[in-house]
Ligand binder design. Structure first.
Ligand SMILES: C[S@@+](CC[C@H](N)C(=O)[O-])C[C@H]1O[C@@H](n2cnc3c(N)ncnc32)[C@H](O)[C@@H]1O
Length: 423
């Protein structure tokens, strides 16, 4: 547990200092090759869970700490230990002892006594403090206040459910590669391997329990991909057919690229700005037995990568706040700032306008975000339609919300879809 607390504390401190959690944990894995998968899973679980609950934890720490200028590394360690004492199954005495040991190695160990005293104090008043945090208007939602206010305004009926979903463990879902096996066959293979899942859509399976991918039958032979059920709408919405020229404009790590290629024989260009992430697209396609023309480039600058031949279909899965997948990336809640949206909007508008010029008349473009903020979604598309008289928004299938906004729930993450036709 010493290592779990030490590395989880380090990761929480990095996020609270403004750093990305995925990158931070990647660096930790690199620095600690000796960690076994079980230890890595424990560190990830404690780190993610602490960040999911950070509103309540911060409230409790603010009450218990005498000094507002506590060392950030010590405060993050305390946050992790409070998560463990309040919600984890770990034995309280072990949590406190190990936290004291970790503290003794932080910045000269001056905080050892304080960590010991504060955690014991927390244990003495745990129920009352947790009840107080659960009642506090700011702490209880475990989101920044501006985010709660925005959700209240955007979804007067559903905002509590949206915030609640963001604080849960996400479901693990699969997309069966129909080029290799059928969905019913794959469900049977899962069952034979001691796993069970529920069918969704035409090729989706939501697993009852998340599992490491190496336990999934035929995963390395491309029988399935891990993909959220909500993300599995993208490729079918583009209604692709054999022989089409298709652009996947922000493709990495390639979840939707693979799905498009599983549906038809396409001449597909897979573009991404990030060379490292594009490599993962190549790896994923190789695993699935599929091929695309992979290009590094900026979607808002087609001159750098486009040969001038228009596309029949374009998928624009643009960079966004990722607020619809906050439960998979709990750092997002604490890293985003309200003024980030202006920057996203500028980037999203530039991409959409440039990609529109690469689409054939009669072609379709699917605008996608994994955001629940209307300014990245409906409002953004309405503005685009005002500026482009040759663009028409097509209705979505009845199974999707009319406005294209999927909100996160126990079945899928939050996504936004707008299907645009060029007249
Ligand atoms: C939401 S992710 C795409 C997810 C992907 N479509 C999938 O389903 O696996 C957005 C991607 O856009 C890429 N990106 C960001 N800015 C870009 C730009 N100007 N041009 C092209 N790609 C960009 C990022 O590197 C990131 O991989």
């Amino acid at each position: 547990m010493f290592l779990t607390q030490s590395l989880a504390g380090e990761a929480v401190a990095a996020v609270l200092a403004g750093r990305n959690l995925t990158d931070t944990m990647g660096r930790q894995r690199h620095a600690h090759p000796e960690l076994e998968p079980r230890q890595r899973a424990a560190i990830q679980d404690v780190t993610y869970s602490t960040l999911r609950r950070y509103g309540e934890i911060d409230f409790i720490l603010t009450k218990l700490l005498n000094r507002p200028d506590t060392d950030p590394a010590v405060r993050a360690l305390l946050a992790v230990a409070i998560y463990q004492l309040a919600w984890d199954r770990a034995a309280p005495y072990a949590v406190v002892d190990h936290a004291v040991n970790v503290a003794s190695q932080l910045n000269g160990g001056f905080a050892k006594g304080m960590v010991n005293g504060l955690l014991r104090n927390f244990l003495r008043h745990k129920d009352a403090l947790l009840a107080e945090a659960a009642q506090d208007g700011k702490a209880r939602w475990n989101h920044p206040t501006w985010w709660v206010t925005a959700m209240r305004e955007a979804y007067p009926a559903a905002w509590k459910a949206v915030l609640h979903a963001n604080n849960q463990h996400p479901p693990m879902s699969l997309r069966v590669n129909v080029r290799k096996t059928g969905r019913d066959d794959y469900l049977a293979q899962l069952q034979a391997a001691g796993m069970s899942g529920e069918a969704f859509g035409t090729v989706g399976i939501r697993l009852q329990q998340p599992v490491p991918v190496d336990k999934l039958p035929g995963f390395f032979d491309g029988y399935c991909s891990v993909q959220d059920i909500g993300a599995q709408w993208a490729a079918p919405l583009l209604d692709v057919a054999d022989g089409m020229r298709v652009l996947d404009a922000c493709c990495a790590p390639g979840g939707k690229t693979g799905h498009l290629l599983e549906l038809a024989e396409l001449e597909l260009t897979a573009l991404d700005l990030d060379r490292g992430r594009l490599k993962r697209v190549g790896d994923n396609l190789a695993r699935l037995g599929l091929q695309a023309d992979l290009r590094v480039g900026d979607a808002s600058q087609p001159a750098g990568w486009w040969d001038g031949q228009a596309f029949d279909r374009i998928l624009a899965d643009v960079p966004c706040s990722a607020s619809g997948v906050a439960r998979r990336h709990p750092d997002i809640k604490w890293l985003r700032r309200p003024d980030d949206f202006a920057q996203f909007a500028t980037q999203q508008s530039a991409m959409l306008a440039a990609l529109w010029g690469c689409l054939k008349a009669g072609g379709r473009l699917l605008y996608v975000t994994c955001s629940v903020f209307p300014q990245e979604n409906q409002q953004h598309v309405a503005e685009f339609l005002r500026r482009h008289p040759d663009a028409r928004q097509l209705p979505l299938p009845a199974a999707l919300p009319v406005n294209g906004q999927l909100l996160p729930n126990d079945q899928h993450d939050g996504f936004f879809y707008a299907l645009l036709a060029k007249d």
